[in-house]
Design a protein around this ligand. Structure first.
Ligand SMILES: NC(=O)c1ccc[n+]([C@@H]2O[C@H](COP(=O)([O-])OP(=O)(O)OC[C@H]3O[C@@H](n4cnc5c(N)ncnc54)[C@H](OP(=O)(O)O)[C@@H]3O)[C@@H](O)[C@H]2O)c1
Length: 242
């Protein structure tokens, strides 16, 4: 489907998965707005994405900034929520619950706040796609906190798809994907982690941002997909019976 004349907002579109999704929408002719907190990162992403793309600096955790953005946004056909929280992982016995609360503040609450603020501007039969995480449904040790954050978002997808219809509401749930999010992990440790995961993942590797971007583009553009949580994990979340 060509998206010429359609407007797409990618919250958290200046890096990684959000940027890859923005690129797919832009290639298909959409007018894309990418958001993020850092102006230099936004400018660089807009340059890389190309097409009819603009950047808008905002902190998705700040209600006033989010409201101001949507007040001037005009009609939005498709909204993608791809902000990255980072807090909340770790073994449960030692998990700092204040840290987990910060994880909710960095992802769960901003997603909800942005979606509420966006509703008056979203095209009636447009789409919302949340980027969640495979930790919500896979049983990874050390990820119960991330499972709580992403599982809470995924639990909301079916009721929202019914309540907000004909707006379509979906989630794309990635496995581990090699994005700048992982730059915070020292390179040697990151490589070891990725190689370990690759060995236990059916496709034998971690994901690329483009692969998640393709899935987001597909889910947003397909007018018959609603209420779905799509796992894009290379099979990493499949039950093995072990
Ligand atoms: N990478 C993975 O392995 C993986 C796996 C499963 C799920 N996910 C999920 O995928 C989503 C995207 O992750 P990613 O790997 O693409 O991360 P990333 O490369 O770090 O990109 C995150 C984007 O979100 C923006 N952002 C973060 N906090 C923000 C805030 N408060 N307000 C506005 N923008 C904000 C960042 O820009 P600024 O920092 O400049 O604001 C950046 O554009 C996240 O929800 C993550 O949990 C990722």
């Amino acid at each position: 489907m060509n998206l010429t004349g359609q407007r797409v907002v990618v919250m958290g579109g200046s890096s990684g998965i959000g940027e890859a999704a923005a690129k797919r929408f832009a290639v298909d002719g959409a007018e894309v707005v990418v958001t993020g907190r850092d102006q230099a990162r936004l400018d660089a992403a807009v340059e890389r994405i190309g097409g009819k793309t603009t950047g808008y600096r905002l902190d998705g955790a700040d209600s006033a900034q989010v409201a101001a953005f949507f007040a001037g946004a005009g009609t939005v056909d498709h909204l993608v929520l791809a902000l990255s929280g980072s807090a909340g992982s770790g073994a449960f016995a030692e998990l700092d619950l204040d840290h987990l609360a910060a994880g909710f503040d960095g992802k769960f609450w901003p997603y909800l706040r942005i979606l509420q603020a966006a509703l008056p501007t979203l095209r009636r039969d447009g789409s919302v796609t949340m980027v969640t995480a495979a930790s919500a449904r896979a049983a990874y040790a050390g990820s119960s906190g991330l499972a709580a954050i992403n599982g809470a978002l995924q639990a909301m997808v079916p009721p929202l798809a019914v309540e907000l219809a004909p707006l379509r509401v979906n989630a794309v749930s990635p496995g581990v994907v090699d994005t700048p999010w992982w730059d915070r992990v020292p390179e040697a440790a990151r490589t070891e982690f990725f190689e370990g995961l690759a060995a236990t993942t059916p496709v034998g590797r971690v994901g690329h941002a483009d692969e998640i971007g393709d899935a987001i583009r597909m889910v947003a553009g397909n007018g018959f997909i609603s209420g779905v949580v799509l796992d894009v994990t290379g099979g990493a979340n499949l039950a093995t019976g072990r």
